[in-house]
Design a protein around this ligand. Structure first.
Ligand SMILES: Cc1cc2nc3c(=O)[nH]c(=O)nc-3n(C[C@H](O)[C@H](O)[C@H](O)COP(=O)(O)OP(=O)(O)OC[C@H]3O[C@@H](n4cnc5c(N)ncnc54)[C@H](O)[C@@H]3O)c2cc1C
Length: 98
């Protein structure tokens, strides 16, 4: 459950997003929903030299980014929190799995 949202939760480390991650101000419906559900967001900081892996078979390397233009947000604790919180508010019998 969660579609293209997938947060890898490993004990003792930060959650790692493998699916949808960033929210911009254009995602106003999603931001409203997060607020309504009481879920916190934080500013995504890209930094100047992120680590980039173009293919799983190629070695990763650092790249240089221009100054961050617009601030994007991320869900505190991982995007999957949106799914688990929504699921906790819906009667299980009303959740249809494919
Ligand atoms: C790697 C990755 C990174 C991404 N990063 C971002 C990002 O940073 N920011 C952003 O805004 N977007 C991002 N996206 C896109 C974002 O994930 C999608 O736009 C969003 O998840 C779409 O939501 P949805 O609910 O419409 O569809 P989905 O997330 O695809 O969910 C549809 C769900 O319906 C289920 N389903 C389908 N048919 C049936 C059926 N017949 N019966 C029951 N269930 C069914 C599917 O299994 C799935 O769980 C990313 C996507 C990927 C793959």
């Amino acid at each position: 459950m969660g579609g293209r949202i997938l947060t890898e939760q490993s004990k003792g480390t930060s959650p790692i997003e493998l699916g949808a991650t960033c929210l911009s101000k254009e995602h106003f419906n999603s931001l409203d929903l997060l607020r309504e559900l009481g879920l916190e967001v934080f500013d995504q900081v890209l930094g100047q030299n992120p680590i980039y892996e173009a293919f799983s078979t190629a070695p990763f390397h650092t790249i240089e980014l221009p100054d961050q233009q617009a601030t994007t947000k991320r869900v505190l604790g991982g995007t999957q929190k949106l799914i688990t919180t929504l699921a906790s508010k819906i009667d299980f019998l009303n959740i249809y799995l494919d």
